[in-house]
Design a binder for this molecule. Sequence first.
Ligand code: PLP
Length: 373
Amino acid sequence: MTPLLLNHAGASPMSAAALAALQGHLALEARLGPMEAAEAVAPRLQRLRDDAARLLNADADELAFLPNGSAAFGAAWAAFTHAAPLRPGDRILVGRQEWGGNLATYRMVAERAGATVEVLPCHEDGSVDVQAAAALVDERVRWISLTWLPANGGLINDAAALGRVARAAGVPYFIDAGQAVGQLPVDVQALGCDVLKSAGRKHLRGPRGTALLYVRRSFLQQLEPPWTDVASAPWQQGLRDDARRLETAEQPVALLLALQVAIAEALETGLESIAAHVQPLAARLRERLAELPHVRVRDLGSGPRSGLVSFTVEGEAPTATRVRLAAQGIHIGANGVPYTPLDMQARGLDAIARASVSPLNDEADLEKLASAI
Ligand SMILES: Cc1ncc(COP(=O)(O)O)c(C=O)c1O
């Protein structure tokens, strides 16, 4: 039985070419020696930086590669607060759908410093209320953090509008784009963010163990990493002045080469056309699920929605739905409170089942899912 993959928001499978790049490099390491193999592929690693920059409309020296989304955000954020620690009375503003890992960090450091984490108001459809957010910003706000596309459903927040508020107030703006990169066009200039990150393994179809971190050049000087190494701060040179001040010298070269292929493939297909496949397919899935009397679609938002479709089945825990479908070869995700705690609690939800579609899926897959449910 060929498995039906509908958990691209968790992690999506690599293409044959990306897998070949990864395996090919491991074979080269075994033959030449890993250090020598890395030298042999240096131009392809540079191409990774150039392609990733194109993907985000950034410059190559504004990019760093880290092992996962949380490590990427953490590296930027830790370097920012290391340079200028939080003080009592400082405020951190977050969206209601903020990723739980980011929140866990913010809450911990805020408690330590006597600062507060405040949730930005939402419209009735759950999306961030940008006007109300603007009214909340004052000189005590140290940064604004928005999870653009939440992990628990189809909402697409207006990240660019919030960026205009942050820019006007001169407040650093961090975007968690973990569910956006690879799924829709991302333009850091239009978003107005200082930091943006995403894992490589989700909609980009890169390997696990990779993530992209963007840091605006003018913001880099405000980032002093709490520790450095021979690459981020070479002895005679000191701290690098590009985003690689947040990287380490030792890198998973085979994984990065696979990520390069994944990014090149996404660029080749075009992010507009990926979104044009994914969004109507997800909309169709929502309609199909809404026809089932015992299923409730749980997605927020009233504008265009993402490829993440959240739902619950009456009388069945979402993890049980996931396990039941997996037994039939259909793979979806299920999210509990810890992933998006503020939003789940505000809506009185313990968990949601989540089917996420990609260009690998078609209408027939939706039918299979709906009948299995
Ligand atoms: C919006 C969002 N942010 C962050 C993460 C976590 O990224 P990582 O597991 O790579 O640290 C996820 C993972 O699902 C996510 O959906």
